[in-house]
Design a protein around this ligand. Structure first.
Ligand code: VGL
Ligand code: ZN
Length: 216
C-alpha cells in the first residue's frame, strides 16, 4: 500500500498563538515544539504545507466590518458574496495582511515548510479550511497534494475546532486523514470535545506524537 504522507500546519500565526495578540488561544504556544519536531529531519514528509489566514483590514468575518458599532461576540450573520449567501460567525479583527498578527509565530521552523498557502484573502469570504472557502471555492491545495501523489494527511495547528477542523474534514473527503492531538489547540474545552466527536464520526484518526504511524 502506498504511503506518501503530507503534513498540513494550520494557521500558526501570532494572532492565534502568541499571548497579547487578538485571538490568542490559551496553551497554543505549547504545541510549537511538537510541530518543530514534525518539521525536523526525523520525518520524511513527501510534502509540508502551512496555511496562513490572511485577511484585508475590512474583512467580512470581522465584528468591526458591519456598521459603526462592533457586533457582539458570537454574532452570526448572512453574507452575500459572488452570488452566494453563507452564514458567518464574526470574530475580532485577526490576521490582517501586513500586520504582525498575521505573521507565523517566530519560533516555528518555517524554513522547513515546502509551501505556504494564503486563505481568506477575498474581503467577502472567510476560509477556515485550507481546501475550500466558505462559498466552496477551491484554494488549490488538493491539486498540489495530488501532483505529489499524497495518500495520507496529518493535520496540526489552530484552532483545533475551527480551521484545523474544517481542513481535516475536507482532507478526509480525499485522503486517509489523521489529526495529531498534541499538535493542536482547541479554542474551548466544550467545542473541542464536540470537534473530537466529529473527527471520530468522519473516520478521521486522532493520534499522538508517539504513535508508531509517525515512525517513517
Ligand atoms: C480561524 C477564526 C477565523 C482559525 C481563522 O484559524 O481557526 N478562526 N479565522
Ligand atoms: Zn480568519
Amino acid at each position: 500500500m502506498d504511503f506518501n504522507p503530507a503534513l498540513i500546519i494550520v494557521d500558526m500565526q501570532n494572532d492565534f498563538v502568541t499571548p497579547e495578540f487578538a485571538g490568542h488561544l490559551p496553551g497554543a504556544t505549547s504545541i510549537i515544539p511538537n510541530i518543530n519536531e514534525l518539521l525536523s529531519d526525523n520525518f520524511k514528509w513527501d510534502y509540508t504545507v502551512a496555511t496562513k489566514d490572511l485577511h484585508p483590514a475590512d474583512h467580512a468575518s470581522f465584528r468591526t466590518s458591519h456598521g459603526p458599532s462592533v457586533k457582539p461576540k458570537g454574532t452570526v450573520i448572512e453574507i452575500n458574496a459572488h452570488g452566494k449567501t453563507y452564514k458567518q460567525q464574526l470574530w475580532l479583527s485577526h490576521c490582517v495582511n501586513g500586520t504582525a498578527g498575521a505573521e507565523f509565530h517566530p519560533d516555528l521552523r518555517m524554513d522547513k515548510v515546502d509551501f505556504i498557502l494564503p486563505k481568506g484573502t477575498d474581503t467577502l469570504v472567510e476560509s477556515y479550511s485550507g481546501f475550500y472557502d466558505a462559498i466552496g471555492r477551491d484554494n488549490g491545495l488538493k491539486k498540489m497534494l495530488d501532483e505529489r501523489n499524497i495518500t495520507d494527511i496529518f493535520v496540526v495547528g489552530v484552532a483545533g475546532d475551527v480551521c484545523v477542523r474544517d481542513t481535516a474534514l475536507h482532507a478526509k473527503e480525499h485522503y486517509r486523514t489523521y489529526v495529531i492531538e498534541d499538535g493542536i489547540c482547541m479554542s474551548t474545552e466544550e467545542s473541542g470535545q464536540k470537534t473530537l466527536r466529529e473527527f471520530h464520526d468522519a473516520g478521521i484518526s486522532l493520534i499522538k506524537m508517539n504513535d508508531p504511524l509517525l515512525e517513517f
